[in-house]
Design a protein around this ligand. Structure first.
Ligand SMILES: [Zn+2]
Length: 251
């Protein structure tokens, strides 16, 4: 019976994934415009035609319409099917590591991290409205598992280290490099992984960001391309991997 309940829960979570992704993409697209996120039916952003139920089926509707609005033919942003597929992937990934309550918690964490990553990529912002729940959930999970002290230490250390780096950078270069949003996100991550997990997150995120940013840096040096990169997606990915597999063991 327990196995059956667990399996049913896992199937439900996997089935929910693409729809959660659809919601995340909508939120990320509407966030900078201040449009209502939770209310209002979905409409085509070009012709304002209300979407039929069929158009709200993740990924498949995008494929069936070949990425265009059924009424006016306007392109539907790739962020929708991509986010929907990544959200499904997060559910599948979580199932490989967790079951039961931990699986639900992992999915909530993963999907919130995904929302932060997508919003940061589009707006260079990491909203407190999404970081705060991760932080609180991390504390609650740690409390249940009897490691609240470690969790609080991780949150404080993660936030403080990045906040100090952000302040130092601003003083040195006269502009923002690392944002306070990054500091808050690392703090929230620290609540999940404890202070000992923080080096893994910072290392993974920095290496990934360097690999991706190097071509960008070269383009900027050549006078094309944006200078700033959003660090949030790397922090989010590194947090996910560290929660999934634990801290890197460098021995
Ligand atoms: Zn349209």
């Amino acid at each position: 019976m327990t196995d059956f309940m667990t399996d049913t829960g896992a199937v439900f979570l996997l089935a929910a994934g693409p729809f959660v992704g659809s919601f995340i993409a909508t939120m990320a697209v509407r966030w900078p415009e201040g449009l209502s996120i939770l209310s209002g039916r979905s409409t085509c952003r070009s012709c304002a035609m209300r979407l039929a139920w069929f158009d709200l089926v993740p990924v498949l509707s995008w494929l069936a319409r070949r990425g265009r609005c059924g009424t006016c033919g306007a392109r539907i942003a790739l962020v929708y099917p991509l986010t929907e597929m990544v959200a499904l992937g997060i559910g599948i990934w979580a199932v490989t590591q967790f079951g039961g309550r931990d699986l639900v918690l992992a999915c909530v964490l993963g999907w919130t991290l995904l929302a932060l990553a997508v919003i940061d990529m589009r707006t260079m912002l990491l909203p407190d409205l999404l970081t705060a729940p991760i932080f609180l959930l991390g504390l609650v999970v740690a409390g249940i598992e009897g490691r609240l002290g470690d969790s609080i230490a991780g949150a404080l250390l993660g936030f403080t280290v990045f906040a100090l780096i952000a302040m130092a950078y601003r003083r040195w270069r006269g502009r923002d490099g690392l944002g306070l949003g990054d500091a808050k996100l690392l703090g929230a991550a620290g609540a999940w992984v404890g202070w000992a997990g923080l080096p893994s997150i910072v290392l993974l995120a920095s290496v990934a960001a360097l690999i991706v940013a190097l071509p960008t840096a070269i383009r900027v040096a050549e006078g094309v391309g944006r200078r700033e990169i959003a660090f949030g997606p790397y922090l989010a990915g590194a947090t996910w991997i560290t929660v999934m597999y634990g801290p890197l063991m460098l021995t």
